[in-house]
Design a protein around this ligand. Structure first.
Ligand code: FVH
Length: 294
């Protein structure tokens, strides 16, 4: 049983691009929203939209049972909250600032020492996506905070709870972003190759998009192999063949006057895995070389 917090007052600390989008979403959903920002003008700008501008962090924390924090990094979160540590007792703190799993665990322990309930969040959206169906936020930490304040959290984006360990949200957030940047690296290299001849990137874009969509299906197949540890299961393109073909990618880049630096790191890993006797297996076995802790 959770109290009805569907219209609870909410405080937002931090009004950068993302914090402002979060505060606006709360205001639009009808929450009494108190805002604070280091540079006060950004808070003042939200007053005509119904926000209450707190002049100090202490006043802002005092105003609401739920304190949403969205600052640049964990250092700024700690620097902002530490001076008002005593007033955090009994508060629910939802920290949507990007950070590492270790930072989230340390922040959760620090918040617990102050008597606060802590929920960590990873925002999977850019500011214009907030409060649209495409946005989601990953949460981990206090289930109590997640359940009690679900209405306010859902006003920001689709909410997904991953578990009590505060590290889980940033871990998943960073894994998703790592996948994204790997894909972006491939996309940029592909465009550099295409532009090495007189071809417009826009003319190539539909072909590239279609190919990447088709290849995205590999993620599920790799997952089965990785979870079972059986990297030979269901192999369609064996690693020895892929390692040889990969050399052509690097050679072609050089021929076309394109730096191979975004693609190059994969080559030696493939070669090492083949040399270790795994040439008949799938590419997914490279995770065995990447993990440096058992
Ligand atoms: N914007 C995005 O696309 C991404 C999407 C995914 C999640 N990230 C993370 O969200 C956090 C905030 O990002 P942001 O976009 O709001 O960032 P900025 O517009 O640069 O605003 C930064 C705010 O942090 C305040 N701030 C910075 N340093 C301090 C400090 N030492 N003490 C107190 N506040 C500080 C800054 O204040 P001011 O400069 O306006 O006075 C802004 O409010 C971030 O973790 C992203 O990785 C966004």
């Amino acid at each position: 049983e959770h109290p009805d917090m569907s219209n609870t007052p909410v405080t937002v600390l931090g009004l950068g691009d993302m914090g402002t989008a979060l505060a606006r979403a709360l205001l639009k959903a009808g929450f009494r929203t108190t805002v604070w920002n280091r540079t006060a003008a950004k808070a003042e700008a939200l007053v005509p939209e119904g926000a209450l501008h707190a002049a100090t962090v202490a006043e802002a924390v005092e105003a609401s049972p739920l304190v949403v924090v969205c600052l640049l990094d964990y250092d700024s979160v700690h620097g902002t909250l530490a001076p008002v540590a005593a007033s955090l007792a009994g508060k629910a703190v939802a920290n949507l600032t990007s950070g590492t799993p270790r930072q989230a665990r340390e922040m959760a322990a620090w918040a617990a020492d102050q008597g606060a309930d802590y929920l960590d969040g990873g925002i999977m959206a850019v500011p214009p996506m907030i409060a649209t169906p495409a946005a989601f936020v990953l949460y981990s930490g206090s289930r109590e905070v997640f359940d009690t304040h679900r209405a306010a959290l859902d006003a920001l984006a689709r909410s997904e709870y991953l578990g009590e360990d505060a590290a889980l949200a940033p871990l998943h957030d960073i894994a998703l972003l790592s996948g994204m940047y790997g894909m972006f690296a491939g996309i940029l290299h592909a465009y550099a190759l295409i532009r090495s001849e007189d071809i417009k990137a826009a003319d190539f874009a539909p072909m590239l998009g279609g190919w990447l969509n088709a290849m995205a299906g590999a993620a599920a197949g790799f997952a089965e192999q990785i979870d079972s540890g059986d990297y030979a299961q269901g192999v369609v393109s064996n690693l020895a063949m892929q390692a040889a073909a990969y050399d052509h990618l690097l050679e072609a880049a050089e021929e076309q006057g394109v730096s191979p630096e975004l693609l190059a790191p994969l080559g030696p890993l493939m070669a090492r895995r083949v040399a270790d006797g795994h040439g008949h297996e799938d590419l997914s076995g490279l995770v065995e070389l990447l993990r440096t802790r058992p």
